[in-house]
Design a protein around this ligand. Sequence first.
Ligand SMILES: Nc1ncnc2c1ncn2[C@@H]1O[C@H](COP(=O)(O)OP(=O)(O)OP(=O)(O)O)[C@@H](O)[C@H]1O
Length: 257
Amino acid sequence: MRFENVGLRYGNGPEVLQDVTFALGPGSFHFLTGASGTGKTSLLSLLYLARRPSRGLIGIFGRDITAMKRDDLPPIRRRLGVVFQDFRLLDHLSALDNVALPLRVAGVSESDIQKHVPELLTWVGLADHINAKPPTLSGGQKQRVAIARAVINRPDVLVADEPTGNVDDRIAFRLLHLFAELNRLGTTVVIATHNETLVRRFRFPRLNLAGGGRLEVLPPLADVEEGAAEGGSPAAPGAMAGVGPVPPASLAARSDG
Ligand SMILES: Nc1ncnc2c1ncn2[C@@H]1O[C@H](COP(=O)(O)OP(=O)(O)OP(=O)(O)O)[C@@H](O)[C@H]1O
């Protein structure tokens, strides 16, 4: 995935993104950081192809999407998993059926769905809410359903907008662990977050919106205190202590869904 001199403006307003240039290698993991209003959601909406840039080039899976016709985008979109800031769950479907959607689109068998979806929902702490509909769930519970839906099909790229904004730190670490596991299995991951504790703990590089619509690519934010306590040796990217167990094997099994 690459951006070259991308600019985005809404209507006749000023550019909210200016000359944004970066490349994400396959299987990379980046946090997207920046103060509120600097353009994180706008940048993500370009990444998941909900908008086209006002100028510049966006390439994904080796294709220039700025030159593509609208009708050619859906097959590319199906390779992307998205966690929206406002979840976008279907209220009339149960948690299970919301998460099952991408699997049903991909033609996964109903017996596999009935096995793997409850397993993943249980792993994210929703064992008691598998058949609940979104209007009866809390914000943090809806957020976890949305995350399960985005990751269940092992997308080539996962884009998540504040995916831990509604949960406590213990669940946030667990969800980041899930994203890191997905990434280990090959998914390219971009996570927008305000949570500096997560950024320090997980030590992935950062795309940082510095204001004025400018983006800088920064190395992982070192957890100085933790590093000092450990004698200063840096941990591997994605490393963190005290979280387990690993996500269900169902995620690993779904290689070509
Ligand atoms: N649909 C829109 N129409 C006009 N302006 C918009 C629209 N969406 C966002 N903006 C403006 O673009 C700028 C960036 O907004 P964006 O939501 O991308 O920031 P953000 O970094 O994701 O903020 P937050 O961290 O608060 O979610 C803001 O000035 C916002 O007012």
